[in-house]
Design a protein around this ligand. Structure first.
Ligand code: GDP
Ligand code: MG
Length: 437
């Protein structure tokens, strides 16, 4: 798969001291091949690798970061750029907002219609109305009714009416009467693009002027997904793409190709059959996923900006030997303050997010922490085990805090030290620190 291929191409750079035109040539070739194999259009793959090359050669080579890692980061950023860079929201400005759902049969339109109404109801405070516009199969109407009941969203149906245009118009009228601020129109699809289907959905588009037309496509269909997207876009000029069935393994190829071929943003990804299995599409996260590295990229990036490599190496040694002390802690706090919110930051370390849920560190809590550490003697900072009851009382007085706060910090420090030691011996943290060497 794409991920493995890209990884292999980065391996080629391992052990290289610097990025040069010669030593990245092979990597770039591999990257291009991987993209082509993922059905990315030839021209796009070519300009992609050219951009990567340009960026890589233009990099101020930081001695702190290995060229391989730097290439990963550059490729990551370019992948995200190829998928649009930013996530794009749907337009919910109408009153009511009309959203038309298009796509082939089995692509996941009905499921997505349910998921989307569930999402905007729960997260955006909307009152959606679902419309059963697939008039050919009675089962399709029932399917939408069942979903609507499940998520507590009303469903507009007209048994026996075979005119989707009329149904859609009547549904909008009802939405206005009942105070539904979003109307989501599910439509019929065929197994392949055909003229009748296109005429029908174009007619609905013309009749109701949707604020948003979303094209739903099964991400498992590979190159077909791209061709279908193009045909639908030529006819409907849709506003966004929904990639379904992106659960389980990575299939980033479709995301890359569709975006670059039709030049419309991917707005959502479906990740399962359940009504909750819908995510807003984030190009950067999809790039992470394609490269299979979690959020390690952003961590490297932040570290690159703020961390002193030498410091980091020393720190890791101390962590492993459990010599991490309050002086280091203070230095870390200062580093972290420069980098932003501590929880956000630490949560980027794979495995850390969960561990940190129960550790209570507020941003302005730093003030007290710093005051407490400043009230410690150098010996105490170096060797926290010296901190007995009377010393703790003295520190509390000196820092203008109270004994409970001092105790809490010392306890948190001990826990942090234990956790950091664990993480630093684990694979991921090791890798992160390795990047900084
Ligand atoms: P439609 O014909 O376009 O309306 O497609 P449906 O919504 O009926 O979906 C077709 C099948 O795909 C159903 O069995 C859905 O449960 C399944 N499905 C839809 N979206 C997803 C998804 O994101 N992940 C998975 N695993 N299955 C999905
Ligand atoms: Mg359907």
């Amino acid at each position: 798969n794409l991920n493995e291929k890209l990884e292999r191409s980065f391996q080629l750079l391992k052990g290289q001291g610097r990025i040069t035109e010669i030593n990245i040539a092979e990597t770039l070739k591999e990257v291009r091949r991987a993209l082509l194999d993922a059905d990315v259009n030839f021209k796009i793959a070519k300009s992609f690798t050219e951009k990567v090359k340009e960026k890589a050669l233009g990099q101020d080579v930081l001695s702190a970061v290995k060229p391989g890692e730097m290439m990963v980061k550059i490729v990551h950023d370019e992948l995200a750029e190829l998928m649009g860079g930013q996530s794009v929201d749907i337009n919910l400005s109408g009153n009511p907002t009309v959203i038309l759902i298009a796509g082939l049969q089995g692509s996941g339109k009905t499921t997505f219609s349910g998921k989307l109404s569930n999402l905007i109801k729960n997260k955006r405070g909307k009152h959606p109305l679902l419309v059963a516009g697939d008039v050919y199969r009675p089962a399709a109407i029932d399917q939408l009714k069942v979903l609507g009941e499940q998520i507590n969203v009303p469903v507009y149906t007209e048994e026996g009416n075979k005119e989707p245009v009329k149904i859609a118009q009547a549904a909008i009228k009802q939405a206005k009467a009942n105070g539904n601020d979003v109307v989501i129109i599910d439509t019929a699809g065929r197994l392949a693009v055909d003229e009748e289907m296109m005429k029908e959905i174009s007619a609905v588009k013309k009749a109701v002027s949707p604020h948003e037309i979303l094209f739903v496509v099964d991400s498992m269909t590979g190159q077909d997904a791209v061709n279908t997207a193009k045909e639908f876009n030529d006819r409907l000029d849709f506003d966004g793409v929904v990639l379904t069935k992106l659960d389980g393994d990575t299939r980033g190829g479709a995301a890359l190709s569709i975006r670059s071929v039709v030049n419309k943003p991917i707005k959502y990804v479906g990740t399962g059959e359940k009504m909750e299995a819908l995510d807003v599409f984030h190009p950067s996260r999809m790039a992470d996923r394609i490269l299979g590295m979690g959020d390690i990229v952003s961590l490297v990036e932040k570290a690159q900006e703020q961390f002193d490599a030498e410091e980091a190496r020393k720190l890791q040694k101390k962590l492993v030997k459990n010599q991490f002390n309050f002086n280091d802690f203070l230095k870390q706090i200062q580093q972290i303050k420069k980098m932003g919110n501590i929880k956000d930051l630490a949560a980027m370390i794979p495995g850390m997010g969960k561990a940190l849920k129960n550790v209570d560190i507020e941003d302005d809590a730093f003030k007290h922490i710093e005051a407490i550490i400043h009230s410690m003697t150098p010996d105490e900072r170096n060797d926290p085990s010296l901190l007995n009851g009377s010393r703790r009382k003295r520190i509390a007085n000196g820092s203008g805090t109270d004994i409970q706060e001092v105790n809490r910090l010392i306890k948190q420090f001990a826990e942090t030290r234990k956790m950091m030691k664990m993480v630093s011996q684990g694979k991921n943290m090791g890798r992160m620190m390795g990047n900084l060497r």
